[in-house]
Design a protein around this ligand. Sequence first.
Ligand code: CA
Length: 386
Amino acid sequence: MRDRQGPEGFGADHLPYGVFSPPGGGPRVGVRYADRVVDLAAATGLPALATGSLDALLALGPSGWAQVREQAALAVADAGVPAYDVATVALHAPFTVGDYVDFYASEHHARNAAAVLRPDAPALPPAWRHLPIGYHGRAQTVVPSGTPVVRPVGQGRPPADGDGTPAFGPTRRLDLEAELGFVVGAGSALGERVAVDAFADHVFGVVGLNDWSARDLQGWEMAPLGPFLGKSFATSVSLWVTPLAALTGAWTDLPGQDPTPLPYLRSADGSTPRGLDVAVEVVLDGEVLSRPPYASTYWAPAQMLAHLTVNGASVRPGDLFASGTISGPGEDQLGSLLEMSTHGRGFLEDGQEVVLRYSAPGPAGGRITLGEVRGRVQPARHVGDT
Ligand code: CA
């Protein structure tokens, strides 16, 4: 038997999934336990876990997920199962991202961002309190934690003293957005909705997520259709996927919704669904800048999925939808540099490294540590080209 209590939030009550290659071996699915990666493919003999991604596991659906989690719990307690020091293995992108949607579910963030970007407009658009606003992002540029982020080049607003020609060059306002991502496992049929109460039938788990943003590109291009190149150059996700089964102790009531949302955004009993008490830390070059609380967001994840599918749009294994920037009410709870800029904080410089850290109440007391999201800014390329 191995020690049942792993340090640093990676104990037997957590067991997040990832894809790793041991020294000299090919990629396979493993679970993180303490500072080790346990070879789940070897432990179970399941072909679905020897594929080099979580894709086949995601597609198994809730009963399959429960069986694999039971096997994972046995595997980490079995000293005969191959396990490797996490520092000695190569970790890979955990799953193939299908469609990617980013929401805008934090009211504190929506109000803060509006105050900076649109000071003369209403803080919240008319629809904001009636539906979780979102946009379809670019799945192909969702990258695993540790991938360098090259400063994007693009158009910005024409300089005030110029002839109206747009600015062009490397972004001067590169930002981070601290978010939580939700990984769809079991898909839905075209034309069908995913009800609020069916959330756990479809969502496999969560990842940490940084929605890198170029504010000057974004500000010039996004009216009236929404985010485009100011967002699509990179979105970083954690290497570990925490299954919902490890978050049973983290569900919490959200601050409250007024007006009461339409019935399709509520549970069958009329109540509004709960959110997750996930604590986030934004770290820049080793300095903790803020601690946004996900429990402070307005819209619940089950409402985001219900809204995403209410028009009959289907989801499939590997689809990813994210919370939007998480900001709390406090000045030390802001999830983007844009919001901190009113307190004198600048944007990202070349060479700086952003780390987003996440933790949540564990299912058996204590806390679990979700996968971190790390990314270092690299200088722009093609700087002289126009
Ligand atoms: Ca975002």
